[in-house]
Design a protein around this ligand. Sequence first.
Ligand code: RUB
Length: 309
Amino acid sequence: MLLSETAESIKNMEIRGAGRIARAAVEALADYARSLDVSDPAVFRQEMKKAAGILIETRPTAVSLPNAVRSVIRALDEFESVEAAKKAVLSRAAEFIQRSEHAVERIAEIGARHISDGDILLTHCNSEAALGCILEAHRQGKDIEVYATEVRPRGQGLITIRTLNEAGIPTNYIVDSAVRHFINEVDMVFVGADAIAVNGAVVNKIGTAQIALAAHEARTNFIVAAETYKFAPRTILGELIEIEERDPAEVLPREVAEELPYVRVRNPAFDVTPADYIDLIVTEQGAIPPELAFTVIRDYLGWTIEEWR
Ligand code: RUB
C-alpha cells in the first residue's frame, strides 16, 4: 500500500484501533523508505520526516501513532549514508511491529489473571488489547459472559460481538445508553486506550468516561488494557491530548442536518476518564494502578522531566 493510501485508510477508519493504526503507520514508513530512490542522506531524512508528518496528522488522539512513528525515524542524522539510515528504519519498523504484537499477547495473559470463573464482563468499542484479555480467559476455560456496547456512531461493537461470537463466548449486545441499567450485573469493565496521560487519565472511545462513572458508582472494577506506547510523554509538560472531532454526517445524515439550521451536531470520537475511576491499567510490563503512569513514561518510553526543562 502506498503511504498516501495508508494515511487515507487510517483517516476514514478502514484501519482503526490505536494498536493497529500504529503498526500500519510503521509498515507504511518502512515501505516508503524502501521505495525512496535518493542518494543524499539529508534528502532521505527530510522525506522520511514529511512522510511521518502525513501519518501523524491522520488521527490526532491515538498517541500510539506518534510514539510508533517517532521510534522509527528518531535520530536519523546519526547515519552518514542513505543505506545505513534505510537499514535502521527497516529494522526499527520490524522491531516495533514485533514488540507491539508481543505486547498484545502479554497483556492478554496478564489481564486474564484478573478474570475469574463465572465473571460477567463489559467492554466498549473494539480494542484488541481488551478483547485479548477476555478471549484469553475464555481460552483458559473460564466460564465468562460479556456485555458489549453498540458504540455510536460508527458501530465498532459489531466487530466486537462478531469476534466474541466466533469464540463461542455468551454475549449481550446493548445500546450505549443501557450501560447503567446493566452495570449491577457486571463484575468488571475491560476497555482499551488511545492515550494515557501522566496523571493516569485514559483517553478512549467516546462513552468510556460515562461507563467508568457508572462502574464507579456501582463499585464495579474498571480495567484498562494498553500497551506502554499508548502512554503520552508530552503530558509531562502539561500538554493536553487532542480529542478528535469527526464529521457530523457520522451522527446525522447531511440531508437531515441541512433542514435544521439551528442544530449543530457535535461528534467527538474520544473522551477522558479520570484516574480516580480506573482500578488498574494492564500493560505488557505488568498491571499498574493509574497513579504509576509516570513511571511507564520514564522507564519504557525513556522520557524524563529533566530532558525537557
Ligand atoms: C478505537 C478505540 C479503542 C482503542 C484501543 O477507536 O477507542 O478502544 O483504540 O484499541 P476507533 P486497541 O475505532 O475510533 O479507532 O486495543 O485495539 O489498540
